[in-house]
Design a binder for this molecule. Structure first.
Ligand code: COA
Length: 336
C-alpha cells in the first residue's frame, strides 16, 4: 500500500507554447473554390483567415507546440511525466498521437494518451491533467490541444470548409500549494443526443472505410450549422454563468472569458449572458478560424505573449462542440 503523505494541491499552468503552420488561407481563397464571399464569412462567423498544415499530421502541430513551450520555459523532455493530447484528428487510430509526440521530443520518462472531446477536448484534458497532478503521483503534466482540421474538411462544401483551421497549443501543469492559484473549478458535460448534428460518419468501427464511403464523401465533417448554433449559444452561456455563480464571481471579478472560437456570434452571446464587456473576451477567431481542441490554449498563449494575462487574473474557459460536449473551467492565472 502506498502510505506516502498526499498534500492538498491545485494544478496550475506554469508554461505555455503554440504552433501555427505558415500557410495562410484567407477568405479570398475560398471565394475561388466555393460559392462564398469574404463578406458572408466575416459577418456570419468573424473569420478572416486560417492556417493549413501542408506536411504531416496532428503530431507535427502538437510536437511543435510542445517544443515552443520547452523553449519558452526551459522544461527538459525527460522531466515530463504525462502527455495528454486532445484531438479529433489523430495521426492514425493507433498508436496514440501522444506516443508520437513523446518520441518526437524525447520525453523518455513520460506516458500519455489521446483524449477525444472535440471542441471541448482541451477543457476535458485540462481537468484530467489537473486530477493527475492532484493525485500527487505526477508533478509535470503536459496538456496539448491540436487538430489538423484541414484533413477532414470537404473543400467543396461551403457550409463547413470556411470555418476550420489547423493549429496546436500546449500548457504545462504543475502542483501549487497556494490554493488561490491554478484550476479552481470545472463543470463538464457530454450530451450524446447531439451525435448526428456534427460528426464524421465513416472511418470508425461502425462504418469502416470502403470505396463506397469514399465515393459518398463520408470521411469529412458533417454539420447541421443552425442546429449546433442554437444549442451552442445556450450551452456555452449556461455553463459559463453557472461556474461564475458557483464561485461567487461577478463580471468585474473576471479578467477574461477564454471561449472556444467557433463563431463570433456565439462568443458574443456568451459574453452578454455573463455580463462581461467585449474587452474582457479573448478573441482570435479572425486569425485562425475554428482549430477545435487548439482554440482555448491558443487564446491563452496569444494573450500571454501579448502581456495581457497577469498573475492573479481570474479566467473562465468555456467550450461547446461535437458530441455534444461542453463545459467551463475557472482558473486563476499564476504566471508572471
Ligand atoms: N458562404 C455563403 N453562403 C453560405 C455559406 C458560405 N460559406 N455557408 C452557408 N451559406 C448559406 C446557406 O447555404 C444558407 O443559404 P440558403 O438560405 O439559401 O439555404 C444561408 O447561408 C444561411 O445558412 P445558415 O446555416 O442558416 O447560416 P448560419 O447563419 O447559421 O451560419 C454557421 C452558418 C455554420 C456559421 C453557423 O450556423 C454556426 O456557426 N454554427 C455553429 C458552429 C459551432 O459552434 N460548431 C460547434 C463547434 S465546432
Amino acid at each position: 500500500m502506498n502510505t506516502r503523505e498526499r498534500k492538498v494541491v491545485n494544478a496550475q499552468i506554469t508554461a505555455i507554447g503554440k504552433y501555427l503552420p505558415e500557410k495562410v488561407l484567407d477568405n479570398k481563397y475560398f471565394e475561388q473554390i466555393v460559392d462564398t464571399s469574404d463578406e458572408w464569412i466575416r459577418t456570419r462567423t468573424g473569420i478572416v483567415e486560417r492556417r493549413k498544415l501542408e506536411e504531416g499530421g496532428t503530431s507535427v502541430l502538437a510536437t511543435r507546440a510542445l517544443e515552443n513551450l520547452m523553449e519558452n520555459s526551459g522544461l527538459k523532455p525527460e522531466e515530463i511525466d504525462v502527455i495528454i493530447v486532445a484531438t479529433v484528428t489523430p495521426d492514425m487510430f493507433f498508436p496514440a498521437t501522444s506516443c508520437l509526440v513523446q518520441d518526437n521530443v524525447g520525453a523518455k520518462n513520460a506516458w500519455g494518451f489521446d483524449l477525444s472531446g472535440a471542441c471541448s477536448g482541451f477543457l476535458f484534458a485540462l481537468k484530467a491533467g489537473a486530477s493527475l497532478i492532484q493525485s500527487g503521483d505526477y508533478k509535470k503534466v503536459v496538456v496539448i490541444g491540436a487538430d489538423k482540421m484541414s484533413s477532414i474538411v470537404d473543400y467543396t462544401d461551403r457550409t463547413t470548409c470556411v470555418l476550420f483551421g489547423d493549429a496546436g497549443a500546449a500548457v504545462l501543469l504543475e502542483p501549487t500549494e497556494d490554493l488561490d492559484y491554478g484550476i479552481q473549478d470545472a463543470i463538464l458535460h457530454c450530451d450524446g443526443s447531439g451525435r448526428d448534428a456534427l460528426y464524421m460518419a465513416a472511418g470508425g468501427s461502425a462504418m469502416p472505410a470502403s470505396h463506397e464511403t469514399v465515393d459518398k464523401r463520408l470521411h469529412y465533417i458533417y454539420q447541421d450549422g443552425q442546429r449546433v448554433f442554437k444549442v451552442a449559444v445556450k450551452g456555452m452561456a449556461d455553463v459559463s454563468v453557472e461556474i461564475m455563480k458557483r464561485n461567487n464571481l461577478t463580471a468585474e471579478d473576471v479578467a477574461y472569458l477564454v471561449p472556444h472560437q467557433a463563431n463570433l456570434r456565439i462568443i458574443s452571446a456568451t459574453a452578454n449572458r455573463m455580463g462581461i464587456s467585449e474587452d474582457q473576451v479573448v478573441i482570435n477567431i479572425d486569425k485562425y478560424g475554428n482549430t477545435t481542441a487548439a482554440t482555448i490554449p491558443l487564446g491563452l498563449a496569444d494573450y500571454y505573449e501579448a502581456g495581457k494575462l497577469k498573475k492573479g487574473d481570474k479566467l473562465i474557459l468555456s467550450a461547446f462542440g461535437a458530441g455534444y460536449t461542453f463545459g467551463s473551467v475557472y482558473l486563476v492565472w499564476s504566471m508572471d
